[in-house]
Design a protein. Structure first.
Length: 319
């Protein structure tokens, strides 16, 4: 009896160890990222379009974190004016504020008759530069390529970004092309690649801009470029240094009290735009913390969206 019981116990222990080892050998799937910030993120039912159905360039897998997409917010038919905007939520290149810097802002654009597209771009630590830039460029190409289908004017497609998303939007405003060129013999060419990714206007809200300076948000720079911080990449993404006369007209909003991303980021970009003779309007509010979104709970700061509406009207984008 004693021998039989000991044998059964030993066998059970061997089975338990083997089973535990088997389960431990399975690679754990990354946990789904939750949106940061507040507000209401896009609903599960919100239409979306994956930017590269066959897989994004440099993708590490096929999970949601590997697949950039845009959520679609078409303008109401009775208000639509043909203008469109790609929105880049902030989050330090490590998260996405999909509520107060995404869905809520898209709804505001819809109230003006503008179609909006909230971009889910790839993030650190799984992705570094150039993945986010590739994603926003692809989003702009896609919206322009589908302009006829979506009843959008292909010459009135802008980009908007908040915080690190503002850095991404400013990247799109200074690093763009008129369509990628490939060999005419390449029968597999993606027709969207042939479309320009230059935005027609830019809206930068408390943006990270000044890589390589004392004013930069260090976390955003590290997340985008990685721990090595290649000086050539730092220079490339110091977007205030790359403004040209082809950089689109730009609206800037910032607060002087912003301790996370100082207003000098906006000031440097404003200066670059002025030197290049690019139309620009900037609003600096004395009071207000970082990351306010539409600032709907602040009677004074919330007026910034009214100033943006005025600017859009002056530029003829709401007709």
């Amino acid at each position: 009896m004693t021998f039989g019981l000991s044998f059964r116990l030993a066998a059970a222990m061997v089975f338990l160890v083997a089973t535990t080892s088997l389960f431990a050998a399975e690679p754990a799937k990354p946990a789904a990222r939750k949106p940061i910030g507040w507000g209401t993120p896009p609903a599960e039912s919100q239409p979306k379009l994956v930017l590269w159905p066959e897989g994004a360039p440099g993708a590490n897998g096929t999970d949601d974190e590997d697949r950039p997409w845009i959520w679609l917010y078409p303008a109401p038919a009775d208000k639509a004016n043909g203008t469109a905007v790609v929105i880049c939520p902030g989050g330090g290149y490590g998260g996405l504020a999909l509520g107060h810097e995404g869905n809520d802002v898209a709804r505001w654009w819809n109230s003006l008759g503008v179609s909006a597209f909230v971009l889910k771009y790839r993030l650190a630590p799984n992705y570094r530069a150039p993945a986010p830039m590739q994603d926003v460029q692809r989003a702009l190409r896609t919206v322009r390529a589908k302009a006829g289908e979506w009843k959008i004017d292909p010459h009135r497609i802008g980009v908007m970004g908040f915080s690190a998303g503002g850095h991404l939007a400013s990247t799109a405003a200074v690093h763009f092309d008129d369509g990628l060129t490939e060999s005419a013999a390449d029968e597999q060419r993606d027709p969207i690649d042939a479309v320009s990714c230059r935005p027609d206007f830019a809206v930068l809200c408390y943006p990270v801009v000044a890589f390589g300076t004392e004013w930069v948000h260090g976390g955003s720079q590290k997340n985008l470029l990685g721990p090595e911080q290649d000086p050539k990449l730092v220079e490339f993404y110091a977007n205030h240094k790359h403004v040209t006369p082809r950089t689109p007209p730009t609206f800037l909003f910032h607060t002087v009290e912003d301790a996370a991303v100082p207003p000098e980021n906006s000031v440097l970009f404003f200066t670059g735009l002025r030197q290049a003779k690019v139309p620009v309007e900037m609003h600096l509010y004395e009071k207000g913390r970082h990351g306010v979104g539409l600032a709907s709970d602040d009677a004074v700061l919330s007026s910034w969206s009214g100033r943006l509406k005025d600017w859009l009207m002056v530029r003829g984008l709401l007709k």
